[in-house]
Design a protein around this ligand. Structure first.
Ligand SMILES: [Zn+2]
Length: 473
């Protein structure tokens, strides 16, 4: 039958597609390895160091497996009685995976490379941008527009060409997580989104890997070691994701939200490196069953005891149901109601007749069309940059300041009457990216300002499509 022929053909095509995708993945993995090898060679050529000896575990004439180069390089660590030769030797044999080469991952990677972790993996799919550099200190201006993983690996190799740095230029997803994580002893979660936290924790439970989890938001930070030595996993503590809110902070559950608005995330990133080093070198007491809370403003660090492994936990409890197959099919984005990729949210709340593009708005200005432009961003945003003649009424105070809007309309109307007699005065609303402006327009319509329209894509689209000199932030 014709329809069966169609099914056969499509399943054949699907199989071919899958096989091509598999080949593509293998080729990409090989490319990553070769690129990493090249970087290492280049870093060696740049450094004045003698080519270092390999990190093989052979016991040398010194009675341990450290080479003369290693003894000199790591001497300040070796002299610490609690760390010593054994700690360093353990570290050199260990492998640590850092997921995320951003604000937390940057200092973590630098320290891990410097102190001699044998094999260091970096996972990230993002590219370096100028506004990353104030906090993602592993990247430099030369790498803007290039892969964060490539940039981080190069920086690590420049510091220490005797270790192995493995590049994973991809987002960690359920499809690749088990394979990538299985190659390492210890995992550092340095991501900035909720689905990744659960995904990484579940993956570590399935593979029996200790997880050093860090979070930083605003001026606060959190740190804990999960799934270590019978201790709890992330799900034991937070079986259900915190509700997503505009401020991304859920004080009820005590879990620190995730976001990019961090200042000095490196404090937590350094502590993550330290915890990973303790785990790898078998030195000290890891932060398992406890959580470190950091408050930058008060310069206060507190350690709180957290509950132990939950017998009810779906990932690691007594009747845990999580299997590798389920993991690979689990939808972490819908579970947490937030996206895996940190790309900004793009809402569409309005119909096209309540919207105007930034180019159309520019045409309207050129023709001198009378209107009122309301900028609904918070005032500290408005102070960074704003469009001429806009008035700043933050979204939260729109209702309470409706009389102000009426009087602005009246003024625009009167001046227009003097000019050409038309009484058609529009209200336009702008924000940073075009989400809050839509919420504001919905509210304005309810308040009776039915002609209100939003500028699609906000000031970012103005900068992109109308005036390239207008700064974005
Ligand atoms: Zn658990």
């Amino acid at each position: 039958m014709e329809s069966n022929g169609g099914v056969d053909e499509s399943s054949q095509l699907l199989m071919e597609l899958q096989s091509l995708k598999d080949s593509k993945r293998e080729i990409e993995a090989r490319i990553s390895v070769i690129e990493a090898q090249l970087l290492r060679i280049q870093a060696k050529q740049q450094s004045n160091l003698k080519p270092s000896s390999d990190c093989s575990n052979a016991i040398s004439e010194f009675g341990h497996d450290l080479t003369p180069d290693m003894i000199y390089r790591y001497s300040r660590q070796l002299l610490l009685p609690s760390f010593g030769v054994q700690g360093q030797s353990n570290l050199l044999k260990s492998s640590i995976l850092v997921i995320g080469a951003g604000g937390l991952g940057s200092p973590a990677l630098l320290y891990l490379a410097a102190c001699g972790v044998g094999r260091l993996g970096v996972v990230d799919h993002d590219v370096v941008e100028l506004n990353n550099l104030h906090r993602q200190i592993i990247h430099g201006e030369a790498y803007i527009g290039r892969s964060k993983v490539e940039s981080a690996a190069a920086a690590c190799c420049l510091i220490n060409s005797s270790i192995e740095v493995v590049e994973h230029k991809e987002a960690l997803r359920t499809s690749n997580a088990l394979e990538i994580v299985s190659k390492y002893d210890i995992v550092i979660d340095a991501t900035d989104n909720a689905p990744s936290r659960y995904l990484i924790s579940d993956c570590c439970v399935l593979l029996g890997k200790p997880l050093v989890s860090g979070a930083a938001l605003g001026l606060e930070g959190q740190l804990a070691v999960y799934n270590y030595n019978g201790g709890p996993c992330y799900r034991c503590l937070f079986p259900t994701p915190p509700p997503t809110s505009a401020c991304q902070r859920c004080s009820d559950s005590g879990v620190l939200g995730v976001g990019k608005l961090t200042f000095f995330p490196g404090v937590i990133g350094c502590l993550q490196a330290l915890e990973a080093i303790k785990l790898a070198s078998l030195v000290g007491e890891p932060l398992s069953g406890r959580m470190l809370l950091f408050d930058a403003l008060s310069a206060r660090i507190r350690i709180v005891k957290i509950r132990g492994r939950s017998s009810q936990c779906e990932a690691c409890g007594e009747h845990a149901t999580l299997t590798r197959q389920q993991f690979q099919q689990f939808d972490y984005e819908s579970f947490t109601h937030s996206p895996l990729s940190a790309s900004p949210l793009k809402l569409k709340l309005l119909t096209s007749d309540s919207r105007i593009s930034s180019k159309e708005y520019n045409d309207l200005i050129k023709t001198g069309s009378p209107h009122v432009l309301i900028d609904v961003r918070p005032s500290h945003h408005y102070r960074i940059i704003s469009l001429p003649k806009s008035i700043n009424i933050p979204l939260a105070s729109l209702e309470s300041r409706s009389s102000e809007i009426s009087s602005q309309l009246k003024t625009a109307h009167e001046s227009n009457e003097t000019a050409n007699g038309s009484d058609d005065v529009g209200i336009y609303v702008v924000c940073r990216r075009g989400n809050d402006s839509q919420r504001a327009v919905q509210l304005l319509h309810k308040m009776g300002f039915t002609s209100a329209k939003d500028v699609v894509g906000g000031l970012e689209s103005w900068s992109r499509d109308v005036d390239h000199r207008f700064p974005t932030y």
